[in-house]
Design a protein. Structure first.
Lengths: 312, 396
């Protein structure tokens, strides 16, 4: 047996969970908590994270953690914030670490309520683009033309026909003071953003691309590589917004065609096996190109970071 | 020392809640509950009540906020009705499972469709299996007193469950009655600050709401059931402790009213109890052997106390403002299940009355007693619930 990971005494998310090999989400959570430190209370709605990180009798959490339901992470967090305020505990902060099913879909109303009230919560969506712990069903975050178990590819189907919700933009429309996207492909950047978000008060939002080997269909040692490809083709824009303005983006060093990214995952396999799929590739490329233009992902490198690999 | 004022029922509840020093109050409007949370909002706005008041976007979130705040060691309260309570259902089940001791006022109102804002008990009865303790009250005074007891019951370390105080919409929430209020010091002595042993604490991190498999889930459920069953004695103690302070004894888990030597015993919950008491008085003065049981605590179900009271009666007539469609009224079912197999048990007849605010007056109760006496004389039990006051001219 090989030891793949040993928790350091500083780690706040440690062994005792049952994530799949190569799980982007587990990696993200460990680094989120490295950045926040131990004075946080974490609320996790139902989803992959709750399922793999809370088998009764074991716990990987070294911070107080509560799972309540699927659709109420934001409002449970609001309750915790209200309790801390009532007790005048200023030093303890509250996080939600959720998945895309609860964030984009079933808990969307509660999220909107929390954002509108401006409750002092850092809401982090670890996004793997489908309901993965129930077997990979379509969510509002599933990208266009990805096949899922409820929107499979077939003779009459190319998978999901709709574009994913632009949740950061929806959050921005609520007037959130800090919004960022991040990826497990760049963990230092992820930690930096969590730290920065902690400097703000009010309802803040970070969306982290967490590639899922079992759900997306790629070998478990390629999680970070797939994450990087998503960024380098322009489909996963990495940016920060403060008070409604985009303040910083991760520039693409060497742009790759979207088909290279799509080919790396079985969920897009059907796009490459017939003429119909091939014909639609242009639409996905156009989406990536729109992102590149909208966020200036290929613009002159001013604030570009040197981080090119992760620290695992 | 107490003071007496004539107030709206909703205000009496708001004042009871205020006296319990809640730290977190989320609210969402729904009739006929709204006056309670509006009054609490004004108290906070005027600086009379120091609490975090959260204006949420749904009842689902109202219940979720008190789950989070209760887990984080703050005394928490909200109120709702009807559809709002149904929307909270999932949250309430989970909160009982997490042993979160908040208090909710369930202002009774019928459930859609057809949509109606009138009173019946279908909403709160639908939550009977959730693990939430349920009290029902007859009057505004009892609503006031029961809310103060509710926090103490919920937070008792041997219980630790949400408590719902169910009170009839409009009839109790919107009518003005004379209410005797406790002094703040009396409430403070009766109800010390909420200091749970387990809570979301950065100095002693614990995980809440874990995934449980077949090796432990049944034990979780059983422990809630046991907390309820053993809680019966504790609830009675809390009620009597409060009664000693206030001088007002509304009864224990039940109140037995003129049941001595009764052949027919009515069973009721909520504001129809008051009407039933008047009807019983009249029937008694006519020499009829009729008594009444008011169920104050519906969950846990006070079977033992009911049995002690009805064992010498011949017929028990349950009148209830709810129905489990395709079966019978919930209280009738509970009672029949518990009496099953008892050779000398009285016959139980289930009457569905007062749905959607349909008036239950002394005439209605006379009709119920008459039907019960018919059954008594014929010795033939009714197989189905008897629906009281149905209008055949508008039935299909």
């Amino acid at each position: 047996m090989s030891v793949q990971f040993t928790a350091s005494p500083q780690d706040l998310f440690v062994s005792g969970h049952r994530a799949c090999h190569g799980c982007g989400m587990a990696l993200a959570v460990r680094h989120i908590l490295k950045a926040t430190g131990k004075n946080v209370i974490v609320v996790t709605p139902t989803g992959c994270l709750e399922t793999f990180a809370s088998p009764y009798g074991y716990s990987p959490w070294r911070v107080p953690w509560i799972h309540h339901l699927f659709e109420n992470g934001p409002s449970v967090a609001t309750g915790v914030v209200a309790a801390l305020k009532a007790q005048r505990q200023d030093s303890v902060r509250v996080l939600v670490i959720a998945g895309d099913g609860s964030t984009f879909d079933i808990g969307f109303g509660a999220l909107s309520g929390m954002l509108e009230r401006g409750d002092d919560v850092l809401y982090i969506c670890t996004d793997n683009g489908a309901y993965m712990n129930t077997g990979g069903q379509r969510s509002g975050s599933t990208p266009m033309y990805a096949a899922t178990t409820t929107h499979p590819a077939g003779r009459e189907s190319l998978g999901k026909t709709q574009v994913m919700k632009d949740l950061p933009a929806i959050v921005a429309a609520h007037g959130a003071p800090y919004i960022a996207t991040a990826s497990v492909a760049y963990l230092k950047d992820l930690q930096k953003k969590v730290k920065k978000a902690m400097e703000f008060h009010g309802a803040r939002y970070i969306q982290i691309d967490t590639p899922c080997p079992s759900g997306w269909g790629f070998p478990s040692e390629r999680t970070l590589e797939v994450g990087r490809m998503g960024i380098d083709c322009g489909l996963i824009p990495i940016f920060e917004m403060e008070d409604g303005k985009t303040t910083r983006v991760r520039r693409i060093k060497k742009k790759i065609p979207v088909k290279d990214y799509l080919k790396s995952q079985a969920r897009y396999k059907h796009l490459f096996t017939g003429d119909r799929g091939q014909a639609e590739l242009g639409k996905i490329q156009a989406m990536a190109d729109r992102n590149i233009e909208k966020y200036g992902l290929l613009g002159p490198s001013g604030e570009e970071e040197s981080e090119t690999s992760s620290d695992g | 020392m107490s003071h007496i004022k004539v107030v709206e029922g909703s205000e009496a509840v708001a004042l009871a809640v205020k006296a319990c020093r809640p730290q977190v109050i989320p609210s969402y409007p729904i009739s006929p509950q709204t006056h309670i949370v509006e009054r609490l909002a004004k108290m906070v706005a005027d600086g009379e009540l120091e609490a975090e008041y959260v204006r949420v976007e749904s009842e689902f979130s109202a219940a979720s906020v008190i789950s989070g705040s209760s887990a984080a060691a703050s005394r928490s309260y909200t109120a709702s009705s009807s559809q709002g309570l149904l929307l909270m259902t999932e949250v309430l089940y989970a909160s009982a499972g997490l042993r979160l001791p908040f208090v909710i006022t369930g202002v009774n109102r019928s459930v859609s469709a057809p949509i109606s804002i009138q009173v019946d008990h279908q909403d709160t009865i639908s939550l009977r299996d959730s693990g939430v303790i349920q009290f029902y009250v007859e009057s505004t005074q009892e609503a006031y007193d029961t809310h103060i007891a509710a926090f103490k019951v919920a937070e008792d370390t041997s219980i630790l469950l949400p408590v719902m105080v169910c009170m009839d919409g409009w009839i109790l929430t919107h009518s003005y009655e004379q209410v005797s209020f406790m002094e703040q010091e009396e409430v403070d002595r009766f109800l010390p600050p909420f200091q749970p042993v387990n809570f979301l604490d950065v100095n002693d991190p614990k995980s809440w709401g874990s995934y449980a498999d077949d090796d432990v889930l049944m034990e979780f459920r059983y422990s809630i059931h046991e907390a309820m069953q053993h809680g019966k004695e504790r609830i009675k103690e809390v009620f009597s402790e409060l009664a000693r302070i206030t001088g007002r004894d509304h009864g224990g888990l039940i109140e037995a009213y003129r049941t001595e030597g009764a052949e027919v015993i009515l069973v009721a919950m909520g504001s129809m109890v008051g009407t039933a008491k008047d009807a019983v008085d009249k029937l008694r003065s006519d020499g009829r052997k009729v008594g009444l049981i008011k169920i104050r605590c519906y969950r846990p179900f006070p079977y033992e106390d009911i049995w002690e009271t009805i064992k010498d009666a011949k017929v028990v007539a349950v009148m209830e403002a709810n129905v489990s469609m395709g079966s019978e009224g919930a209280v009738g079912m509970d009672l029949k299940a518990k009496l099953s197999g008892k050779a000398d048990a009285p016959l139980v007849i289930d009457f569905i009355a007062g749905l959607g605010g349909r008036e239950v007056n002394e005439g209605t109760i006379d009709e119920i007693v008459k039907k019960a006496e018919e059954v008594l004389n014929s010795g033939l039990p009714l197989q189905e619930s008897h629906w009281v006051g149905l209008n055949p001219t508008i039935l299909p």
